[in-house]
Design a protein around this ligand. Structure first.
Ligand SMILES: *Cc1c(COP(=O)(O)O)cnc(C)c1O
Length: 478
């Protein structure tokens, strides 16, 4: 006889007992149909979900997950099944409250849009529009023409095109200008953005050959010069976005690169990543060239995101010389990467706000959050603190602490923006339990744990969300 140290026979016996205790789907349907709380769930969904739940429990039993016969007791079983069904019935794409202090938070939807833009989206979705119809001539129009003029006006470029996102922008630019050719890039700029966007990968997808020049920390003009061959398609600059090389470093500036490109008749392209139309250095951030400045430096094509520092909808914006942009527009890939009417309408609305810089800074949430003086954030924190202390002093130690927000979105990685956070130290729960409970709310509240406290950063919270945070905490502590 084989000696089995874990002796699986009794276990198997338990398993089969538990399996026998599993209820029948039909019986469950009958019980659940009488539940008021499930009244909205169709018979078909209910049957499917019951089957799914029973199957899941069966799998758990077979895998040896510890279940007792008490777990199979009808009342408890049904109540868990109802929770499961309610959970499955919930809308999956949901609103959350961003208390992380990361303004352009890629996991939480990057930039949020201002009221004006939301109004535009409402009609773009619910009504017919002139998406591809020229109201002046009564003929077919181009969807891009609606934002091209605005983009040229704001960036100083001769022409513009918008695609699905900036990764697509880089792809189509490379595919159009450098397929089967060489693209020269500095070694210090071969960046990987979150979500596995890597410059070398995009390059090979586009059919262009990457030619790396320079060293990781230093690249000179002569490195580019020496690498140029008959087969060079373009000189590419990539914004480092989410990292910095510090210390003994050198990158070639645009002027020099543009001069070189002109001499050899090779276009210069810059992928700015989080391009911005407003100089944010006056708010204490590092000086980054604006899109207008890059265009003015003579770079032939500039690409940037719509939903990073621009603060608009997801989009990839391509601006530059008319002759080149016209060729890109004709690339069949353009059809595959085209934007929809929501993006178009949202983008136009955002760009219009940029016509007046103070208006842009005030109304576009991402910019307003960056620009908000710490006093304003502090006031918001105090308002919430007062309410919380009034209602839950016994359950939680509550204070205001200095914290640091971040711009996020792969922009300005080491830039800290001074902020204020509500710090919560629950008395009867662990801080992890509190974090989880807030995350599980109908409108999830997302904070971060630091030094055994839950911090709710007030820079990324809207004033009308304070009441919701308050309500969620009350519910958790009551
Ligand atoms: C973010 C980023 C991208 C990708 O832009 P998406 O709009 O997210 O597609 C490409 N290049 C750089 C340098 C970036 O920072």
């Amino acid at each position: 006889m084989r000696m089995n140290p874990t002796n699986d026979c009794p276990e198997r016996a338990v398993n089969s007992t538990l399996l026998r205790l599993l209820p029948k789907v039909d019986d469950c349907i009958h019980t659940l149909q009488q539940q008021e709380i499930l009244a909205e769930v169709s018979f078909k969904s209910l049957t499917r979900l019951i089957r799914l739940y029973i199957d899941q429990v069966r799998q758990d039993i077979l895998r040896g997950v510890e279940l007792s016969s008490g777990d199979m007791e009808q009342e408890r079983f049904i109540s868990r099944m109802i929770d499961f069904i309610l959970h499955k019935q919930r809308v999956r794409f949901r609103r959350v409250i961003n208390c992380t202090g990361v303004i352009i938070h890629t996991n939480l939807g990057r930039s949020i849009l201002p009221k004006q833009t939301m109004d535009a989206l409402y009609y773009a979705g619910g009504r017919y529009s002139n998406l591809e119809f020229d109201l002046d001539t009564g003929e077919r129009g181009s969807r891009y023409s609606l934002v091209e003029e605005l983009l040229c006006e704001l960036t100083g470029a001769e022409a513009a095109l918008v695609v699905n996102n900036n990764a697509a922008a880089v792809l189509i630019v490379l595919e159009t200008l450098a397929k089967g050719k060489e693209v020269i890039v500095s070694r210090g700029q071969l960046v990987e953005i979150g979500g596995s966007f890597r410059i070398p990968d995009i390059m090979s997808r586009s059919g262009a050959d990457l030619v790396e020049v320079g060293a990781t920390n230093r690249t000179h003009l002569r490195d580019y010069e020496n690498a140029i061959s008959e087969n060079t398609g373009l000189l590419l600059k990539v914004h480092c976005s989410n990292y910095r090389i510090i210390g003994f470093t050198k990158e070639v500036d645009n002027q020099e690169l543009v001069t070189l490109g002109r001499q050899r008749d090779i276009p210069v392209v810059e992928d700015l990543g989080s391009g911005c139309l407003v100089d944010l250095s006056r708010f204490g951030l590092m000086k980054e060239p604006t899109v207008q400045e890059v265009v003015a430096s003579g770079v032939d094509v500039v690409t940037f995101s719509g939903d990073k520092l621009l603060g608009g909808p997801q989009a990839g914006i391509i601006v530059g010389r008319k002759k080149i942009i016209d060729t890109i527009k004709k690339n069949p890939l353009n059809r595959a990467l085209r934007i929809d009417k929501f993006t178009l309408s949202g983008l136009e609305s955002i760009l219009r706000l940029y016509r007046d810089e103070p208006t842009a800074l005030e109304t576009i949430p991402s910019l307003a959050m960056i620009a908000a003086p710490v006093e304003v954030v502090d006031k918001r924190a105090r308002r919430l603190l007062r309410r919380l202390r009034r209602d839950m002093k016994e359950q939680c130690r509550i204070s205001i602490v200095d914290s640091t927000s971040r711009v996020g979105g792969g922009a300005m990685p080491e830039q800290n923006v001074p902020s204020r956070s509500i710090a919560l130290e629950p008395v009867h729960l662990s801080v992890n339990e509190l974090e989880r409970a807030l995350r599980k709310q109908e409108i999830a509240v997302i904070g971060r744990i630091e030094d055994d406290r839950l911090l709710l950063d007030m820079r990324t919270v809207l004033d009308d969300e304070l009441a919701l945070i308050h309500k969620s905490l009350l519910q958790i502590f009551s």
